[in-house]
Design a protein around this ligand. Structure first.
Ligand code: PGA
Length: 242
């Protein structure tokens, strides 16, 4: 694991965007695995700024997102489809049909997940996977569990995740209870992984993930076994790491 220490959120965002830029510049037809959540928003803003300046070209890039709520239509402003278009896709020159997310509107979980696994295989796997980290150590919606999950699957969100995400919804009851997510196996097959973390509420998860035992009860801890992991975190998130 290579750790980049950032001063604050802005610095973290710029450093993470630099790593993504390097990937796009070195391999213009790369496959980027992308993430939602508040942490990557600054990274996406920075990428858009560099795209606007003419320093980045996404015309050959393919993207696959980590996860999507089950049951939310694309036009729902809390769907991850909507989030990605608002925060990135509408502002850069990604080609239509080159960005993929699990289909949250497919009620048949098995079908939705096997379709998404097929998509990831068809695009040739992921060159660089961007990840946030949950306060409970989740990556994507791979929640703490008794075993590491494999490929794309349907998950029941934990109370901690529902609680963390309720700020985006009018009422807690509106937070979907299930999601489709890439599994740990899919994430571990990415050639490179870039994990971003900001804020003190991520400090314990970050510490447990990279300095504690590898255990499914801290899903991100599996990344200790990945050969190319880049972690960009700000001082607050690093407060438990010497
Ligand atoms: P956040 O979410 O960036 O909104 O904190 C990260 C995550 O839960 O993976």
């Amino acid at each position: 694991m290579r750790l980049y220490r950032a001063k604050n959120y802005e610095d973290m965002s710029r450093k993470a965007a630099n790593i993504i830029s390097a990937q796009v510049i070195m391999k213009p037809d790369c496959v980027l695995g992308l993430a939602t959540g508040s942490t990557p928003i600054g990274t996406y803003k920075q990428l858009i700024e560099w795209y606007d300046k003419g320093d980045l070209d996404f015309s050959e890039v393919t993207t696959v997102n980590l996860d999507e709520y089950k049951g939310l239509p694309k036009e729902n402003d809390q769907s991850y489809y909507y989030f990605m278009h608002e925060n990135l896709f509408n502002h850069i020159n990604l080609q239509k049909g080159r960005s993929f997310l699990p289909d949250g509107t497919e009620p048949d979980s098995e079908k939705a997940c096997s379709n998404y696994n097929a998509v990831i295989r068809q695009v040739g796997g992921i060159d660089l996977q961007l990840l946030g980290i949950g306060r409970n150590g989740h990556i994507g919606f791979n929640e703490p569990d008794d075993h590491f999950s494999l490929e794309t699957h349907c998950v029941d969100l934990t109370p901690s995740t529902i609680d963390a995400n309720k700020r985006f919804f009018e009422k807690e009851e509106d937070v979907p209870r299930q999601a489709y997510t890439m599994g740990i196996k899919t994430i571990m097959q990415a050639k490179k992984v870039l994990l971003v973390a900001s804020g003190e509420d991520k400090a314990k998860a970050l510490y447990d993930s990279f300095y504690g035992p590898v255990t499914p009860s801290v899903p991100a801890s599996i990344l200790q076994y990945h050969k190319n992991v880049y972690v960009v975190a700000d001082e607050a998130a690093l407060s438990m790491i010497p």
